[in-house]
Design a protein around this ligand. Structure first.
Ligand SMILES: Cc1ncc(COP(=O)(O)O)c(C=O)c1O
Length: 404
């Protein structure tokens, strides 16, 4: 049957019938938030134990809310991070994106609105959009989401008699893509504002422990005395993205509802038990230190390379996370630059992908580059190729493909 014969649901009707083309072989990947292969933990002992000692559990359907011991471990992990929660507050999911999807299933009807920073995490956009919601974009500065801007927007909507947004989605620690971290006073102001308007806050914080320097800032969940924050967590950045295990932390009444909306018959118990074996035997703490060390070295290498090869480009130094958000001079079209870079041998993502609303006023001169996956030589070479693409786009000259 040709695809035109299908009567698509509204959420699918505008989707492209084609998947994006794979990057050319040999390209250096600065696009994705993939882990550095050398820091992926060896889980062979834990996986063998999970299969040998827990066969009746790991090869069986799991409880929909997650393995009780993993829920308890996550609760204790969050509590030691300043957010006192219990196992009943935790719903285990197939990663943070799945956690966001369950929050959307819980809270969104078609026509609802959601607040997002401009720019925001690009993968969150289609998830929220697929539930028929539209976006209210709020400004962001070097301290994260601009709470005064949001207050003005919410007051105006109230005066106009418009319904309140269903939730505010934000990445307060090492924001994806900008890398900025919201200071504690702004976090408190955001929660006061959200509470005053009766809006839930969805805190997506996968990079919280990927901190290279400076003191940790209390999470929104830790500051939440009114029970308005749903925190999304994940093992993707702490251990390995391929595990596909994350969680939502929310009140037990919300966890119970989301568990009923979870249609996967429970997240994989084998993976959950493997993670638990790793974490409960104390390996995670040591592993996080390795992760921080590796990504700090990668960040430093990329910062040095950008300063050397792209002196026209500015960025805010991230103190953690995986990304640099590059600002090219006004007039540079980052879509064109990203396409050219891809042809020249380095895959990057144009900043335009990170804006939820296709507003013509959004700047066109940003690129996000991930330093997480490449090694130090690849970082140097990738930035050199990006500089070549910039020179080519800037000159208006067609860029020749690199020989690699
Ligand atoms: C802000 C943010 N949320 C969620 C995720 C994805 O998490 P998961 O792999 O657990 O779905 C990422 C990964 O890049 C991210 O940057």
């Amino acid at each position: 049957m040709s695809s035109s014969a299908h009567a698509f649901a509204r959420r699918a009707s505008e989707l492209s019938p084609m998947l994006p083309a794979a990057a050319p072989p040999g390209n250096i990947a600065f696009d994705s938030g993939h882990a550095f292969p050398g820091v992926l933990p060896d889980l062979s002992v834990e996986a063998a134990t999970a299969l040998a000692m827990y066969r009746a559990e790991t090869l069986q359907y799991a409880p929909r809310t997650g393995l009780p011991e993993l829920r308890a471990w996550i609760a204790q992990y969050m509590t030691s991070d300043g957010a006192p929660v219990s196992a009943e507050d935790i719903l285990v999911t197939n990663g943070a994106k799945h956690a966001l999807e369950l929050v959307c299933r819980l809270l969104l009807d078609e026509g609802d609105t959601v607040v997002m920073t401009a720019p925001t995490y690009f993968s969150a956009i289609p998830i929220i959009r697929s539930y028929g919601a539209t976006f209210i974009e709020v400004r962001q500065d070097h301290a994260g989401l601009d709470v005064d801007d949001l207050a003005g927007i919410l007051d105006q909507r109230r005066r106009d008699g418009k319904p309140r947004p269903k939730f505010i989605y934000d990445v307060p620690d090492f924001h994806n893509p900008t890398g900025v971290t919201m200071p504690v006073d702004r976090r408190a102001a955001l929660l006061d504002l959200a509470a005053a308007h009766g809006i839930a806050v969805v805190e997506d914080s996968p990079y919280r422990k990927v901190r290279f320097e400076g003191a940790s800032v209390p999470s929104l969940k830790a500051l939440d005395h009114r029970d308005i924050v749903l925190q999304l967590g994940t093992f993707s950045k702490l251990m390995a993205p391929g595990l596909r295990v994350g969680w939502v932390a929310a009140s037990p009444a919300l966890v119970a509802r989301m568990a009923q909306l979870k249609t996967d018959a429970g997240s994989c118990p084998l993976t959950q038990r493997t993670i638990l074996e790793f974490c409960a035997h104390g390996r995670l703490t040591q592993h996080i230190a390795r992760v921080q060390e590796r990504y700090r070295a990668n960040r430093d290498r990329m910062v040095a390379a950008v300063r050397r090869d792209l002196p026209d480009v500015s960025f805010v130094m991230p103190h953690g996370g995986y990304y640099l958000w590059l600002t090219f001079p006004n007039g540079v079209d980052a879509d064109e630059l990203a396409a050219c870079a891809n042809r020249i041998g380095v895959t990057v993502i144009s900043g335009s992908r990170f804006f939820a609303c296709g507003d013509a006023r959004h700047p066109r001169n940003h690129l996000r580059v991930a330093y997480s996956h490449a090694d130090e030589q690849e970082i140097d070479e990738g930035v050199r190729r990006l500089a070549a693409a910039y020179a080519a786009v800037g000159n208006g000259a067609p860029a020749a493909a690199a020989s690699h």
